[in-house]
Design a protein around this ligand. Structure first.
Ligand code: B12
Length: 550
């Protein structure tokens, strides 16, 4: 602050992750965005907290009381997900903490930091954000306490919750507070209020009341589907009665335009962890040489948080901006010449657009078949990747964040290009399962698509004279999946002489449709499905595949 000549801060941001000045880290992105818009912003990363004897606010008050608001995030992941394994065992590692060890972030970090902020800055608006708050914005199932919890906004006693990507909302919050205007109705935010606060002519969705959801588990499935529609629809309010009051979700924030995304990602990030850290942050090393090309994913997989956070509409950066960032990377001291990943949630959706004029009721742009209105630009994508790889100082470029098989197969020649040019010997693809019933509940493509993809992949690899492998990501104990389904998957793998390497046991993360199905024991239409709920049952399923490995 002294070197910048700042007498005070306008905004203070608190995060549960180590501070890495890189665009893949939400808090760093928002910090530079706010500064670029004239707001003096401070960051407190992983403040110490005390479980007993009142919150320790010393680290929060070091830069003084911010003028406008304090923003809080648990980090890139839900703190409970970051701290516990799929079988609720405490994790020892943490990719977002200096030294990679667990323990620098409290459980339910948003709640603990909100308490600390209120104690440190009485009367200052507290704003929640990040994936933990975003996916817990309404009543949700909390796997780690095995019960329904009401919106985290209420438990945190915060003024406002920002859901989804936060750039537009944090700016409008700062501007409104500066102008002493109210905070209701900011797109992409949730707030307690009265139904009358919603403009009379505004479309709205009535979510089931929290108290009713406690009585009828099936209502969680309905609420999850409604939230998916609200995000994708783009202009409706959602209202949830809770405790005799109304939780108001304003319509989602509009995605940033290409020019805005380019400007955002080209802010002067040092791409490094804060120099105060003595130990390396594993996530920083993983992401230092990665470039984000777009946001949003049309897949709509029922266990993925992105459809409810970034949405299914893809917002992309321009080729020119990506070229500039890559060129900038080559001038970074210590750059090895390798771009570890250039992509988004699904790499080959860069610059995909939706040509559908009217309201869409689909829950996926790709399943059961790719929607005719979902236009991808894989030719342009491959051309862009080739231009970047041809830049002086770039030795090779990988697509680590994975490509979608059905989309790649839909445009001949594309899979060949991805396979032959941008795969580092291993291509991560997520079929997740082989049983049609389970794939349907996951909203994943049919098995034949994956098999056609693998066959083409090996043909192209052979043609390129390269020994390359598909690394299938698989999931056990998904709602609706039985031990018989897992044995079927084991046989399918054995028939291909595949030993399962990446098997993840389904973890019911907050807010997703899959988690609602897990909790309610029904599919998205309310029809009963078998669910392995107890850890013992989940472990049995998981072991069926792992046994295949031994
Ligand atoms: C990269 C990544 C990883 C990397 C981490 C590398 C890294 N990041 O350092 C690794 C490999 C470690 C990883 C691991 C896992 N991951 Co991961 N990962 C991601 C990924 C792809 C990118 C994260 C990212 O770069 N986000 C970009 C930043 C800019 O977005 P953001 O954090 O959301 O920030 C925006 C908003 O949230 C908001 N915001 C953020 N902070 C704040 C604060 C305030 C005050 C406000 C107002 C707004 C706000 O504005 C920001 C800017 O728009 C995300 C998917 C995604 N695209 O988000 C999954 C994701 C975070 N991972 C996920 C999961 C499930 C996992 C695993 C559990 C998978 C597994 N089973 O093993 C493991 C976790 C293991 C563990 N416990 O540690 C889930 C998390 C779901 C959840 N509810 O938390 C995600 C969302 C993927 C998904 N499809 O659902 N992951």
């Amino acid at each position: 602050m002294q070197s910048l000549g700042w007498q005070e801060l306008d905004v203070l941001l608190i995060t549960g992750d180590g501070y890495v000045d890189h665009a893949a880290f939400g808090i760093a992105l928002l910090g530079r965005w706010l500064v670029a818009h004239g707001y003096r912003t401070g960051i407190v990363a992983q403040p110490e907290w005390k479980d007993t004897g009142g919150p320790d606010i010393s680290q929060l008050t070091r830069m003084g009381r911010p003028r406008l608001f304090v923003g809080i995030s648990a980090g890139a992941l839900d703190s409970m997900l970051a701290h516990y394994t799929a079988f609720r065992k405490i994790r020892r590692d943490d990719a977002f903490t200096p030294g990679g060890t667990a323990g620098a972030r409290p459980n339910r970090a948003s709640l603990v930091y909100a308490n600390m902020a209120r104690a440190a800055f009485p009367g200052l608006p507290v704003v929640l954000g990040g994936i933990e708050a975003s996916l817990r914005r309404i009543t949700h199932y909390d796997f780690w306490s095995d019960k329904l919890r009401r919106s985290i906004l209420l438990d945190a006693k915060a003024e406002l919750l920002v859901y989804g990507m936060g750039e537009r909302a944090v700016l409008e919050i700062a501007q409104r507070l500066e102008q002493e205007r109210g905070l209701t109705g900011i797109r992409g935010t949730a707030r307690m209020g009265r139904e009358e606060d919603i403009p009379a002519d505004a479309p709205r969705m009535c979510l089931p009341a929290h108290e009713d959801m406690l009585e009828d588990p099936g209502l969680l499935v309905r609420a999850a589907s409604q939230l998916e529609r609200q995000i994708h629809g783009g202009d409706a309010w959602a209202v949830q009665p809770v405790g005799g009051r109304s939780l108001l979700l304003a319509p989602p924030a509009q995605a940033l335009s290409m020019a805005e995304l380019d400007a955002l990602y080209e802010l002067p990030f040092s791409r490094k962890a804060h120099p105060a850290y003595k130990k390396a942050i594993p996530a920083e090393e993983m992401l230092r040489a990665s470039i984000t090309s777009h946001r949003g994913c049309g897949g709509g997989c029922s266990f993925c948080s992105l459809a409810l956070h970034q949405g299914r509409r893809v917002a992309s950066r321009s080729e020119e901006s990506l070229l500039r960032e890559a060129a900038g990377l080559t001038r970074q001291p210590g750059f090895s010449g390798a771009i570890s990943d250039l992509g988004g949630p699904t790499a080959n959706m860069w610059q995909a657009t939706c040509a559908r004029a009217h309201v869409c009721r689909r829950t996926s742009c790709c399943v059961p078949k790719i929607c005719p209105f979902f236009r991808t630009r894989q030719g342009k994508h491959v051309a862009m990747l080739r231009k970047i790889r041809a830049l002086p100082g770039i030795r090779h470029l990988r697509i680590a964040s994975g490509i979608r098989a059905d989309i790649a197969l839909a445009e001949p020649g594309m899979l060949r290009a991805y396979t032959m040019e941008f795969t580092g010997g291993q291509l991560k693809v997520a079929p997740e399962h082989c049983a049609p019933e389970v794939l349907k509940l996951m909203r994943k493509p049919r098995l034949e698509i994956f098999e056609a993809f693998v066959q083409a992949f090996y043909e192209h690899s052979a043609e390129a004279g390269r020994e390359q492998y598909v690394v299938p990501y698989l999931m056990s104990a998904f709602p609706g999946c039985t031990e018989a389904h897992m044995r079927e998957l084991g046989r399918w793998l054995a028939a291909r002489h595949w030993t399962p390497q990446q098997v993840q046991c389904f973890t019911p993360t907050p807010g997703t449709l899959a988690t609602a199905m897990f909790y309610a024991g029904t599919d998205s239409r309310g029809r009963p499905i078998p669910v392995a709920r107890a850890d013992a049952a989940r472990l049995r399923q998981h072991h069926i595949l792992l046994k295949g490995r031994s």
